[in-house]
Design a protein around this ligand. Structure first.
Ligand code: HXC
Length: 259
């Protein structure tokens, strides 16, 4: 499949890399881009060779938000009947392999929300995060008011959503929005290194870890712990558990078969 607003490539035949590519509009997220992103994510999720996916943008912008020129014309009936944004923004939630956001430059509005829908965010030192929708007379619509407080707590989430101010990379790391901050020139290598590490682990264990961490945001502690326990027990039925533990005991590197 060919894409017009994203670039798609694989690295070492095990990492899928999706680069948002609307540089003149700072990667503003319109319907076509979101459709293409969803299709590329699903293709990598279905590709047996791929163990981890990276979503990234340009040095200046991961994404400056949903496309304001497209949204400006919408009526209530357009967005309600047209199911904006569920129609093409929620695909990422169904992806079962890990998705890393490698963020440099602006991650604003829907761009910040897209980054937060990924499993974790690695940021360049020039990254800026924000939910400036309030300045446009609306509020975040792709989970920003829900995921931001879970990531950074109520105080900072309220501050960001109500004032529309940006948070730089250092503050974002301090607040727990991003897992690592690296110099801009090292961002792609850092994200790729993490993705390659993940890709070499047991695919089943990786998917179970992702599913279990996500469960923490959907359940109470006892239910979440029980969910984890069931998955933990189930992994003893995999070849990869035998391989991983045997490799440790024999002081060699594990070679997982992903079964
Ligand atoms: C459409 C956008 C855009 C956007 C930037 N551009 N952001 N177009 N939608 N979200 C366009 C500009 O219009 C401009 O086009 C070009 O990209 C370069 O932007 P500049 O503003 O000239 O760049 P700069 O001065 O460097 O300022 C960068 C910026 C600013 C601070 C990121 O562009 C900005 O504030 N953008 C809007 C951010 C925002 O409000 N995002 C939230 C959107 S609402 P021209 O043609 O003039 O060169 C949202 C709701 C999500 O995301 C809800 C669920 C989907």
């Amino acid at each position: 499949m060919s894409y017009a607003m994203i670039e798609v490539r694989t690295e070492a035949e095990k990492v899928g890399i999706i680069t948002l590519n609307r540089p003149k509009q700072l990667n503003a997220l319109n319907d076509q881009l979101m459709n293409e992103l969803g299709a590329a994510l699903q293709a990598f999720d279905a590709d047996e060779r791929i163990g981890c996916i990276i979503v990234t943008g340009s040095e200046k912008a991961f994404a400056a938000g949903a496309d304001i020129s497209a949204m400006a014309k919408y009526s209530f009936a357009d967005v309600y009947k047209g199911d904006f944004i569920s129609r093409n923004w929620e695909t990422i939630r169904s992806i079962r392999k890990p998705v890393i956001a490698a963020v440099s430059g602006f991650a604003l509005g829907g761009g910040c929300e897209l980054a937060m829908m990924c499993d974790f965010i690695i940021a360049a030192d020039n990254a800026k995060f924000g939910q400036p929708e309030i300045k446009l007379g609306v509020i975040p619509g792709a989970g920003g008011t829900q995921r931001l407080p879970r990531a950074v707590g109520k105080a900072k989430a309220m501050d960001m959503a109500l004032t529309g101010r940006m948070m730089d990379a250092e503050e974002a790391e301090r607040a727990g929005l991003v897992s690592r901050v690296v110099p801009l020139g090292k961002l792609q290598d850092e994200a790729l290194g993490a993705a390659l590490t993940i890709s070499d682990f047991s695919r089943v264990a990786v998917m179970a870890a992702k599913e279990s961490v996500n469960r923490a945001f959907e359940s109470g502690l006892s239910d979440g712990v029980m969910f984890e326990r069931r998955l933990f027990h189930a992994l003893f039925a995999t070849e990869d558990q035998k391989e991983g533990m045997d490799a440790f005991l024999n002081k060699r590197k594990a070679v997982f078969t992903h079964r």
